[in-house]
Design a protein around this ligand. Sequence first.
Ligand code: ADP
Length: 451
Amino acid sequence: MNRLWVRLMVAFVAVTLVGIGIVAVLAGVRADSEFRNFLQEQENEQRQEVAEIVGAYYRNNSSLEGVGGSWNLSRSEHDRRRGQNFIIADVNGRVVYDEHGENTGAPLSPNQRQRALPVTANGETVGYVVFGSNGGPPPLATPEQDFLAQLRNSLILAGLVAGVLGIVLSIALSRTLTAPLANLAHAAHRFAARDWNQRVPVQGAQEIAEVATAFNAMADDLQKQEALRRNMIADIAHELRTPLAVMQGNLRAMLDDVYPLDRGEIATLYDETRLLSRLVDDLRELALADAGQLTLNLSNVDVREVLQNAAANFSIAADAQNVRVQVSSLPPLPHVRADADRVAQVLRNLLANALRHTPEGGTITLGATVQGKFVRVLVRDTGEGIAPQDMPHVFERFYRADKSRTRSTGGTGLGLAIAKAWVEAMGGKIGVESDVGKGSEFWFALPAEKN
Ligand code: ADP
């Protein structure tokens, strides 16, 4: 009873049965009374006919005496069948004809006088006809009763057929209406049991189709998240395993006196631990970004200053690679509302990437423009560029365009993901444009301070 389709069915059946019941009763009562009216009218017509025949008899014979003799011939068969009897009285109320011959010669009783139908001839009342014994509506003859009974039976039969049809349709309809919901519940259970490919067909009434669409969209999203999560764990494990294996191997070699226990070796190991702790810090930052818990120290930041500092900080590393780092001529720039350290960090990540991907003799240009209510900062290099198929993914975690590159030869694959997390946390946007073989231009836009 607690199932939706059963409830719907009960409601449909109840409505159907009540409807059919009301129609059947109304139709029955109405047909009965119409039929009785019809009979009554017929009866009245016949009575009138009798009175006219009696009147005609009077006109022919100037008296009602002997009226009964010719009577039986002209009486309608119908009247006889219904057992309707009548009395004819003369103008003084004396019975001149009684079908049963009982009261001939007797006067009409007061009751009979009341019900008497006058017989007229030449505009004068010449006698009376009194029908029936009690004057009420004529009793129904058997065929008429049969007709009414048949009518009632037909109505009951029609009601029963309609009722059964109603029940069958109700069951079909309520099951059709609720089947998609059952599908949805089934799919949701399967999905909860980690069957990630469960989807439901989008069908049925609009509202149910909308729920199915929403469910499928949610399932797509969760499946994607789950795949990302799995990849992320695998990537983290991979990133941690490689340096740990190197350190372990080197330490083992030192213990076994294969490597000398000197400062150079220890410094290498120390560098590995620094890189490892950097990786762990990066991961922690991304976890905080996911939880929306990056803490910002917002102030009005002078972009020009940040750009010049970044260029100066990278000049030594760039010189070593024979790459030129320059700041293009900047237009007047409003301050941005941001966390100065984080802006410097984002710029550092972009510059480090640019330096890593720019060959000797190349140039890295830092610039900034005003764009509406934002200041757009850019880092352009003359490096190898990014292939179009890699473009949508470079900001994803652990994504490396060149899969063969490892942490030792390149970065962790987290630099751009972290830059994106910080820029977005500060209410900005980040993006890239690139021409393979010519270079890339990474940009981020931060909201200008409000004056
Ligand atoms: P990584 O630590 O590997 O550099 P990032 O998240 O910083 O990780 O960058 C992701 C990938 O984007 C890089 O592996 C590289 O393939 C590509 N990339 C980033 N910056 C540049 C650039 N300036 N030129 C060409 N490719 C770039």
